[in-house]
Write a protein that binds this ligand. Structure first.
Ligand code: 3PG
Length: 305
């Protein structure tokens, strides 16, 4: 059968080699579409694919209609808001993600951004340390757990809020459960966002939460741009010259924010939290394993639809 890896943002070459080995070992053929620039390239490539491995590539109903043999889509990563789950279900296509495989890489980027913001983008002026700071994690999944682990070494005081995670689990990780999202924002020097983009979370972080942050606070977003109310973020940054916003998910109003607020905001040119050789290997091999296993057994491992 044909397994297509379609990644606009490509995997590291070593990861592609490892994926190919897995696929061919199982007797399948690997097709590779990397760094494509036109949607038509993706449409052509899926025409005879039995399985599809993607990253943040947009997979909607119209694309699925171009792929009559498609049985499974594996999102090599955690967030699957790029895939139309209802459309997949309606076409009897299983969708899986690869939970946890990118999480260390993203956690390290969170720390990198916290240090860069704390040190005023390394401009030589007096900055601040992470040590002793209060750090709040919004959601307590795999990335947050890795952030908490690293922060322990820094001597930060870490708290978290997550309606889907029990307080005992947070405590097992040395993390204090926060009373509410409001308490998390109002009570931490650094807040790191780790929620997915869902109908409930889109636009949910706006004026009320951001303006409640303590003096000199840093807001870090390595999750999804959609969860921020961008217009309200701009308003609060204007009113509060002490606040900073650093994100790996560039907002739509990035150019305006950079022009107005200079180094108080920072955006990676392209989402790079998971773009390490190690995360590419982890997520890529896991995705290939899951696709091969599903084609062999019909049993999904991390089904999300
Ligand atoms: C994820 O959801 O796993 C991350 O956002 C990584 O996305 P990427 O594969 O586009 O880098």
């Amino acid at each position: 059968m044909k397994i297509l890896v379609a990644t606009e943002k490509h995997f590291a070459p070593k990861a592609v080699e490892a994926i190919r080995a897995k696929v061919e070992e199982a007797g399948h053929t690997l097709a590779l579409l990397e760094k494509y620039t036109e949607r038509s390239q993706l449409e052509d490539a899926v025409a005879d694919a039995d399985a599809l491995i993607v990253r943040s590539d947009k997979i909607d109903a119209a694309l699925m209609d171009k792929a009559p043999r498609l049985k499974i889509i594996v999102r090599a990563g955690a967030g699957y808001d790029n895939i139309d789950l209802a459309a997949a279900t309606a076409r009897n296509i299983v969708v899986e993600n690869t939970p946890g495989q990118n999480s260390r890489a993203v956690a390290e980027l969170v720390l990198g951004m916290a240090i860069m913001a704390g040190r005023n983008n390394y401009d030589g002026t007096t900055g601040c340390e992470i040590s002793g700071k209060r750090v709040g994690l919004q959601a307590f999944g795999q990335v947050s757990r890795n952030v908490a682990k690293v922060l322990e070494g820094f001597g930060a005081k870490v708290s978290a809020v997550d309606p889907f995670c029990k307080a005992e689990v947070m405590k097992e990780h040395g993390v204090e459960p926060a009373e509410s999202i409001e308490a998390l924002y109002a009570g931490n020097d650094i807040v790191s966002i780790h929620i997915p983009a869902t109908p409930q979370t889109v636009g949910s972080i706006g004026r009320a939460l951001i303006a409640s942050m303590p003096k000199g606070a840093i807001l870090i977003n390595t999750a999804r741009k959609e969860v921020i109310n961008e217009a309200e973020l701009a308003e609060v940054l204007e009113e509060r010259p002490d606040l900073k916003y650093f994100a790996d998910v560039k907002p739509d109003n990035a150019a305006e924010l950079v022009e107005r607020f200079g180094t108080r905001v920072f955006f990676t040119p392209k989402k790079c939290g998971a773009q390490t050789r190690e995360a590419n290997m982890n997520a890529g091999i896991a995705a290939a394993d899951q696709a091969v296993s599903f084609l062999a057994t019909g049993k999904p491992r991390f089904k999300v639809n």
